[in-house]
Write a protein that binds this ligand. Sequence first.
Ligand SMILES: C[S@@+](CC[C@H](N)C(=O)[O-])C[C@H]1O[C@@H](n2cnc3c(N)ncnc32)[C@H](O)[C@@H]1O
Length: 358
Amino acid sequence: MESTLAKLAYQTFQQGKSYFGLTHKTLSTQLRSLVAPPAQERIKPIETRTLLKFRERLNDLLDTDWKDAENGVYPSALLFDNPWEDFFRFYPMVWLDMPSTWDRANNDRFYDFGPGVKTEGYPKYYARTFHNQTDGYLSDRSADLYDLQVEILFNGSADPMRRRILAPLKQELTKAGIPNAPQTRVLDVACGTGRTLRMLRGALSEVSLFGTDLSPAYLRKANQNLSEIPGELPQLLNANAEALPYRDNYFQGVTSVFLFHELPAPVRQAIINECFRVTCPGGVFVICDSIQRGDFSDMDVFLENFPAMFHEPFYKNYTEDDISGRLVQAGFEVVETQVHFASKYWVARKPAEAGVTA
Ligand SMILES: C[S@@+](CC[C@H](N)C(=O)[O-])C[C@H]1O[C@@H](n2cnc3c(N)ncnc32)[C@H](O)[C@@H]1O
């Protein structure tokens, strides 16, 4: 009875997020078409049966999310973890920010940053306004709005998609005899505002957690978000993942969520090589990112629309990239790939006998 009620509460919570995201997008699209219509319509229409399939896959994702909590992969409280305070504080700012977002999008101004934003020293591929978001990844204001914008974009499914790394990570750590204990180190590469680290803390309460990201502002936000939860505070470091500031073979587990679609192909390989270097022999690497072309062929239209609507210059190349091949090239063995709704997962292991060759 208790479990049935909790499941109902979870479904209602997710449905609320989904309707909220849809309503927000409908209203903002209507407003944009009135005040700042794009010069040309860049997106392809989506058929009703594709939308129905989309909804079915979203429901499958939520079912898996619920079942993983029920099976003890993580506490069910994680299913309801939501940054409410940020939502009430920053949602009005999402609306206030929109006109400048549309203006940049309509005029292809991908390198326009606000006053005071320092872009020197960052790689060229990075210092740009990804998704047309104000200041790219380089201001506190952007970090404050990011989680809210992502949840709206994915109709409330971003966290359920992130949580899909937890079951394979725990399973592979257990298989390798790696305990949920402080001597086990797990790194989240490109941790952003720390959403995945919060989930990792829930699923692996005792391990030592580390996070790294190129954005000082996002790390500041991550520090704030992670300070709110019980357990040891993860160690956060500001660094380019192309040159991770850790010793060889240091981590038993490495994860990365929603990073690779924002990188040029050679940088994808360089970062995978670095992840290989810092993973210990027998250790596990789990990637979560967007689905790729052909994973669900009826969803390919979304893969075309996404970079047409948002500034995502490397996304098309990513959707056609052979990430498993890159993992193997670095020295990993690919244990499995999974696809859930709009996201794809690669679970890889560094062979027990491996040295650092990448
Ligand atoms: C789409 S966000 C994903 C953030 C987070 N993992 C999540 O799930 O929300 C991409 C993140 O990658 C970071 N990033 C991009 N290129 C990077 C690089 N070369 N090294 C480290 N971080 C990078 C950005 O600063 C940003 O926080």
